[in-house]
Write a new protein. Structure first.
Length: 301
């Protein structure tokens, strides 16, 4: 019998701890879960200070005009929002039938218009509010859908996350087979969904994001330009009453033809600017914990 590696033991501990947490999150009513989320977010931000320096750095870069007090408020609420998102996502298996009743959805006609062309639709979003809900509600509304997802380091946790995604009826495409799977999904006239707002290192294209060039994944632009699928930006906004407002907006890329570097950059800027407009309106709902500007243009290539 092979000895378990330290990493394998760590993964088992993480998985079992998560399963224990899930048990209690499923057991408690949602209003209580949201109260606990506010406490956990406050604790992570104020006491544990998890990645708080990164958050302050990002907020200062994005909003140099804001006071320290205002940045502190945005940072705290961002942690609380992420805690609520996590709790909501964990509860998906027991709330699949009730999710639609808590959401106001706008802009589905833009997706319909693209699907009528028979080339599929590329739906791109960012790590904003409940970003998983922004995508998973599409298959719940009977659209043929495929999620383009990365892999978690912990395989057991990754399997559990993707099982949640699959509950909506969507196809799961991992990044390792992204090109083949994505093209197949678009040829089947599906809605291809993925997030495109984290540092892409040397593989990204630099576009302006909140006043600073940021290395941005270019996949959404490449798939849209190569297939003619068309592009939609999706975003979820959390309301104070616990409801969600999900908005799908068209990305005006008509007349931009061919996946040239210039066109890829132009299209990437279009959906990045749409995300930026939502962040400026609701900064507390964005995921500021990521080092968004980690790669600089000077280090590119």
């Amino acid at each position: 019998m092979k000895t378990l590696s330290i990493k394998k033991i760590q993964h088992w501990i993480e998985y079992l701890a998560l399963r224990w947490m899930i048990f209690w999150i499923w057991l408690l009513p949602l209003p209580v879960i949201f109260q606990i989320s506010d406490i956990l977010g406050w604790f992570a931000f104020t006491v544990l200070k998890i990645r708080r320096r990164v958050v302050y750095h990002n907020l200062t870069r994005a909003f140099p005009e804001k006071s320290e007090k205002e940045k502190n408020r945005i940072g705290l609420q961002a942690y609380q929002n992420f805690a609520k998102f996590t709790m909501e996502y964990i509860r998906v298996p027991i709330e699949k039938e009730t999710i639609l009743r808590r959401c106001d959805v706008h802009g589905l006609e833009h997706i319909d218009d693209l699907l009528k062309r028979g080339k599929g639709a590329v739906l791109v979003g960012g790590h904003f509010s409940n970003f998983e809900l922004m995508g998973s509600i599409i298959p719940l509304m009977n659209y043929k859908t495929a999620f383009l997802v990365g892999r978690q380091h912990n395989g057991m946790v990754d399997d559990m996350i993707n099982a949640n995604r699959a509950l909506s009826g969507a196809e799961i495409i991992h990044m390792g087979v992204a090109v083949r799977g994505a093209l197949k999904a678009l040829r089947a006239n599906k809605v291809l969904i993925f997030l495109s707002d984290q540092d892409a290192r040397q593989d990204g294209v630099f576009v302006d994001f909140l006043g600073t060039p940021a290395s941005t994944p270019q996949g959404a632009a490449v798939f849209a330009l190569k297939t003619g699928a068309g592009l939609i930006f999706g975003n979820d906004i959390r309301k104070s009453n616990g409801r969600h407002c999900i908005v799908y907006s068209p990305c005006p890329i008509e007349g931009i033809e061919g996946a040239t570097p210039e066109n890829i950059r132009a299209v990437t800027q279009i959906y990045t600017s749409q995300l930026e407009s939502w962040i400026r309106k609701y900064p507390e709902q964005y995921f500021w914990m990521h080092r968004r500007w980690k790669t600089s243009p000077q280090s590119d290539g």
